[in-house]
Structures are given as structure tokens and as C-alpha cells.
Design a protein around this ligand. Structure first.
Ligand code: ADP
Ligand code: MG
Length: 343
């Protein structure tokens, strides 16, 4: 005989945490998205041992009032949506209210924050899913700092799946580059064991934006890419596509955002591959940094706990728009074949 038992909250959170935070890069993505949602102008990320020992994400955003710190760590608690209607047109990166709770479930976490009206900051810590009872005063500039120690200490099965610190740090770096490309107006810094991996200032104009692109994607990408933008029937596409001659052995320079959210979308990926198909050997991968914008109500972002997948109301139209444009832009690059009209 077996009996059905309701699982305790802490255990539920530890199980659920696996969906949201699979590795240090996912933790950093969630924490940086929170910083961006809080209006941060500068986001600083520090890692030790690939983030497995320590992750710190610090921002200068609006902060969290003392009395809301416990709620910030609670599951399904969010300031970003209040109704299903809000979810329909969500503009923030977060909305599920489970990132901090998930990270707390699998680490030793400390959340420090200070709003503009508070004379000093407050800190609330916790570990393995349990937050301490009361916030304590903390030295903190306006904004928020989240420190995550000993990730997955409470879930050894997950911990075992982590790669070397160097590999985990590279995943973090890729995640941060993605976010930096999506938000050229924000400064980002990343260090690993004291070594700088990324350091970009906000881009004030087009030239500064290109310098940032070179810093994030490499000068070689920039030298081999063209900038294009176009808009049609409520869909807008803007960004850089690399010349087919700058193809890659790996799909490691493919950055696509949908309404400012970095996504890995099968449909859009296929559209871009098809657009390059004439010009590229089938074993090579194109490189691009593209931003797609459309009415938020035409996209469902609530598909996956990590929010890297989206669904489109008019998927075929979005596919054709992306394919059609990139295909045309690439064709325009090639010299026109001579036309003879029989004269
Ligand atoms: P979500 O982002 O989906 O709302 P999270 O668990 O990531 O859920 O965060 C919970 C809440 O904590 C957020 O809705 C926000 O109000 C607050 N919060 C988290 N991080 C920050 C931050 N860096 N700055 C300001 N507020 C934050
Ligand atoms: Mg969040």
C-alpha cells in the first residue's frame, strides 16, 4: 500500500527550482532580468568558481522596500503582473514570481536592497528554501544586490551535473552578452575569479553602439556584418546580419530578441537558416544580432519557466516576415546578374 501525501513547501520549491535554474548561467539571467526590470543603468556580475561557489549580481535600480523583502523571496509573488490581462501584454522580463524563491531553494542567498527614500539598506538572507525571519540593516547604495553562495548545495544530484568552473563561466558570459545586446542603454560588467570577462558602457549613439557590438560579438563580426531595419504591418526587424562569407562552424553568434527578450525559437531559427540557405554550405552557421518587435499581445511569453521560448499568434506571418527580409538583404549584397532583354 502507498499513501498519497502533500509535499512540504520547501521540497516543492526544491523540485520546481530545477526548471528555473539549471546552472549558474540561468541564475545570472534571472537576476540580471530583475535588475533590468527595476530600471537599472548599471549591472555588475561577479563569479567565483564558475558561479558554483559564489554569484553576485548588483544593480542601481529602484530597490525593494524593507517590508517587501520577504515577499520578494516568496514563490508566486511578483510586482510585475496582477491579472491575466497584464500577462497578455507583459512588458517586463519577469512575471512568474518564482526566480528568487527557486534560487533560495537551492543555495545560500542574501538579498540586500535600498530604495531612494530609505536612509540605509536592508538585507534578508536564507538557505535551502527558508528565509530568515527579519531583514537586518545593511550598508547598501540605492539598488539591489543578490549574493548566491554554494549553488545546488541542497540538491547534490543537480550539483553533480555541473561542468568545470571555466565552462560554467563561459555559459554565464554568453547569457550576459545576450542581455547586453538586448539592452545597449545599460552598462554591464562581468568578472570571474577576479578576471574581467565583459565590461561595456551604455551606448549613447550609433557609433558607440557599434563599439559595444564589437566588444560583445568581436570586431571581426562587426567588420563582416551589415545593419538593416524594416517595418511591415506591425512587425519590425532591426540589427546586423553577417555576410555569408563570415559563416561559423558553430551557431555561437546568433542573437535574436523578441520584444527585448532573448529567445531561442525553433520557428525563427528555421526562418533564418532558410534565408541563408542559398548562400551558405549546409554545415555552416550564419551569424546575426537581430531584434524583432511586435505587439506584445501577439506573443505568448508564458510557455516555459525559463522564458526563452515564445509562441506567436500568427506564427506563419512572423516566419515569412523574417525569412523574406533577411533573404532579400542577403540577395541585395550579391552583384546583380546581368539582365539581357533581347536588345
Ligand atoms: P519576477 O521577476 O517574476 O517578478 P522574481 O522572483 O524574479 O519574480 O522577483 C520577485 C520580485 O522581487 C519582483 O517582482 C520584484 O518586485 C522584486 N525584485 C527582484 N529583484 C529585484 C531587483 N534587482 N530590483 C528591484 N526589485 C527586485
Ligand atoms: Mg524575475
Amino acid at each position: 500500500m502507498t499513501t498519497i501525501k502533500q509535499l512540504p513547501e520547501v521540497l516543492i520549491n526544491q523540485i520546481k527550482a530545477g526548471e528555473v535554474v539549471e546552472r549558474p548561467a540561468a541564475v545570472v539571467k534571472e537576476l540580471v532580468e530583475n535588475a533590468l526590470d527595476a530600471g537599472a543603468r548599471r549591472v555588475v556580475v561577479e563569479l567565483e568558481q564558475g558561479g558554483l561557489r559564489r554569484i553576485l549580481v548588483r544593480d542601481d535600480g529602484r530597490g525593494i522596500p524593507r517590508e517587501e523583502l520577504p515577499l520578494a523571496l516568496a514563490r508566486h509573488a511578483t510586482s510585475k503582473i496582477a491579472s491575466l490581462d497584464d500577462l497578455e501584454r507583459v512588458a517586463s522580463l519577469g512575471f512568474r514570481g518564482e526566480a528568487l524563491a527557486s534560487i533560495l531553494a537551492v543555495s545560500r542567498l542574501s538579498l540586500s536592497s535600498r530604495t531612494a527614500v530609505e536612509p540605509h539598506g536592508w538585507r534578508l538572507g536564507g538557505e535551502g528554501g527558508l528565509a530568515s525571519a527579519e531583514p537586518v540593516p545593511a550598508a547598501q547604495a540605492q539598488g539591489t544586490a543578490v549574493e548566491v553562495l554554494d549553488l545546488f548545495f541542497s540538491t547534490p544530484a543537480r550539483r553533480k551535473f555541473m561542468k568545470s568552473p571555466g565552462t560554467e563561466a563561459r555559459h554565464v558570459e554568453t547569457a550576459l552578452r545576450r542581455l547586453a545586446l538586448a539592452r545597449p542603454d545599460v552598462a554591464f560588467a562581468l568578472s570571474h575569479d577576479g578576471r574581467r570577462l565583459l565590461d561595456v558602457e551604455p551606448a549613447e549613439d550609433a557609433a558607440a553602439n557599434e563599439r559595444r557590438l564589437a566588444a560583445v560579438c568581436g570586431a571581426e563580426f562587426l567588420a563582416n556584418a551589415i545593419y538593416r531595419e524594416a517595418e511591415l504591418g506591425g512587425l519590425r526587424l532591426a540589427g546586423w546580419i553577417a555576410l555569408p562569407s563570415f559563416s561559423r562552424a558553430q551557431p555561437d553568434l546568433q542573437f535574436l530578441t523578441v520584444n527585448g527578450r532573448g529567445v531561442r525559437d525553433r520557428l525563427l531559427g528555421a526562418a533564418l537558416r532558410r534565408a541563408y540557405a542559398d548562400a551558405l554550405h549546409s554545415t555552416r552557421h550564419p551569424a546575426f544580432v537581430l531584434a524583432l518587435t511586435l505587439d506584445p499581445a501577439a506573443v505568448d511569453v508564458n510557455v516555459h519557466p525559463q522564458k526563452t521560448e515564445v509562441r506567436f499568434r500568427e506564427a506563419a506571418r512572423v516566419h515569412d516576415f523574417l525569412f523574406g527580409l533577411v533573404h532579400r538583404w542577403l540577395r541585395e549584397l550579391r552583384p546583380e546578374p546581368e539582365h539581357h532583354h533581347g536588345v
